[in-house]
Write a protein that binds this ligand. Structure first.
Ligand SMILES: Nc1ncnc2c1ncn2[C@@H]1O[C@H](COP(=O)(O)OP(=O)(O)OP(=O)(O)O)[C@@H](O)[C@H]1O
Length: 200
């Protein structure tokens, strides 16, 4: 039997006065990657934050039921908030998180093309370089479960392919991954969730 990574039931999301989605239940098995799709403003990032435990599920407006989320194992969220100190050189900014999460292996630093950027202040990094740095942080967290919000934004073609391979390797190694992205993803056995089906 395949081990479960995530069980989420009856998720409903309201932000401010706006109801976004309801009745969303999903199961994710170890080794599985799920692509969350949907038009701008539908609630993909909100769902990712909810799954990360940063936004509580809202009570359903009809049934009053408040959904639940259960993960097996630690999770890591990567979104546009890279959490790296803009005033520090990249190496020092990553070293801060290494003391919290664990070190980023040299292999990952090299593979992400960051080795020559470690003395560059984070604020000077390009969009794609900051995204690569965020991916390094993700790897350093060594979490079984990944939540990736628009992981390909700002990356060049080769880096997009590298991230797809990273996700495939992570899942092949028993990890699980949910990816919110407007971009097509070339990842083996990827399943899809169209958030529009749950829109309110
Ligand atoms: N903190 C907040 N307070 C109130 N409304 C919010 C808040 N954050 C987001 N929203 C609203 O929730 C809706 C969904 O936003 P969200 O970022 O989850 O959408 P998305 O599907 O990820 O969009 P995109 O594809 O553009 O990234 C938007 O209408 C947004 O304005």
């Amino acid at each position: 039997m395949t081990a479960t990574a995530l069980t989420a039931t009856d998720l409903c999301c309201r932000r401010g006065d706006r109801w976004l989605f309801s009745g969303l239940s999903l199961n994710l098995a170890r080794g599985e990657a799920l692509h969350v799709l949907g038009p701008n403003g539908l609630g993909k990032s909100s769902l990712m934050r909810m799954l990360a435990g940063l936004l509580p599920p809202s009570p359903d407006p009809v049934s009053g039921i408040t959904g639940a989320i259960a993960w097996d194992g630690p999770l890591a969220l990567m979104d546009e908030r890279h959490g790296l100190d803009l005033g520090q050189p990249l190496g020092a900014a990553l070293a801060f998180w290494a003391r919290v999460d664990g070190p980023v292996p040299d292999e990952a630093i090299n593979g992400l093309g960051l080795a020559n950027l470690l003395d560059v202040p984070v604020r000077y990094l390009s969009t794609g370089q900051k995204k690569r740095a965020a991916l390094a942080r993700l790897i350093g967290q060594n979490a079984a479960n990944w939540l990736l919000d628009e992981p390909l934004n700002g990356l060049d073609v080769a880096a997009c392919a590298m991230v797809e391979r990273m996700i495939a390797r992570h899942c092949a190694g028993g990890g699980a991954c949910i990816i919110a992205s407007h971009q097509p993803l070339d990842i083996p056995a990827l399943t899809r969730l169209d958030l529009a089906e749950y829109a309110l």
